[in-house]
Design a protein around this ligand. Structure first.
Ligand SMILES: [Zn+2]
Length: 190
C-alpha cells in the first residue's frame, strides 16, 4: 500500500483569492513547489483536494476550475514538482442543485476515491490545509493532520480548538509541514 499527502489548494498551495476563476491570477505560496518536490522524493502520492462550491453558487464554471487546476499543475511541474491527482467538489448543500454529497470536505469522499485509485493506506497518510474542514476531513478519514498558518489558518486554528478537532502539526506553511513534520514521520517509520 502507498502513503499520500492530501493537500488543500487555495490558501495552502496558492494564495487564496476567494473564487479564483482566472488561471492568470494564480500565485504560489512561497515554498509550495519545494514542499511538493520533497513529498515526491519521499515516495508519497501527492493528491490535491479542493472544495469549489463557487460552481454551485454560480460564481464559476467547472471549465474555469479545470483551467485553474491545469495551470497550477503546470506551474508546479515547471519547478520540478509532481501532482499525482487533483480532485475537487463542486457541490454545496444550500446552493445550485443542493447536493448533499460525500465529497465536500470535511467529508471524505475525495480521500476514498484516491484510496481506491492509488491503493492508499489512509492511516499512514496526511492531510494538510488551512481550514478546519481540512483538519476535520483528515480526522474523519483517520489520517495525520496538519493545519498551515497561511490562508485562513489563523482564524481556523481557533475553530479547531473550539471544536475539539485534533491538529497533529501546526505549521507555518506547506513547506514547514512537509519538511518538519511529514518528512520526520516518514523517516521515523522507515
Ligand atoms: Zn461534493
Amino acid at each position: 500500500m502507498n502513503r499520500a499527502v492530501f493537500i488543500d489548494r487555495d490558501g495552502t498551495i496558492n494564495i487564496d483569492k476567494d473564487y479564483l476563476t482566472d488561471p492568470g491570477d494564480l500565485e504560489l505560496i512561497e515554498g509550495s513547489s519545494e514542499a511538493i518536490r520533497i513529498a515526491n522524493a519521499l515516495g508519497l502520492k501527492v493528491i490535491v483536494i479542493s472544495n469549489q462550491s463557487g460552481v454551485s453558487r454560480g460564481i464559476m464554471t467547472a471549465a474555469q476550475v479545470d483551467s485553474v487546476n491545469s495551470k497550477l499543475v503546470d506551474m508546479l511541474k515547471r519547478s520540478g514538482a509532481r501532482v499525482d491527482a487533483m480532485y475537487y467538489c463542486p457541490h454545496h448543500p444550500n446552493y445550485g442543485d443542493k447536493v448533499d454529497c460525500e465529497c465536500r470536505k470535511p467529508r471524505i469522499g475525495m480521500l476514498l476515491r484516491a484510496k481506491a485509485e492509488f491503493d492508499l493506506d489512509l492511516a499512514a497518510s496526511f492531510v494538510v490545509g488551512d481550514k478546519w474542514s481540512d483538519v476535520k476531513c483528515g480526522e474523519n478519514a483517520g489520517t495525520y493532520t496538519s493545519l498551515v498558518q497561511t490562508g485562513y489558518g489563523e482564524s481556523d486554528y481557533q475553530r479547531c480548538i473550539d471544536g475539539g478537532i485534533k491538529i497533529d502539526y501546526l505549521a507555518e506553511n506547506l513547506f514547514d509541514s512537509v519538511s518538519n513534520f511529514i518528512r520526520k514521520k516518514i523517516e521515523t517509520d522507515n
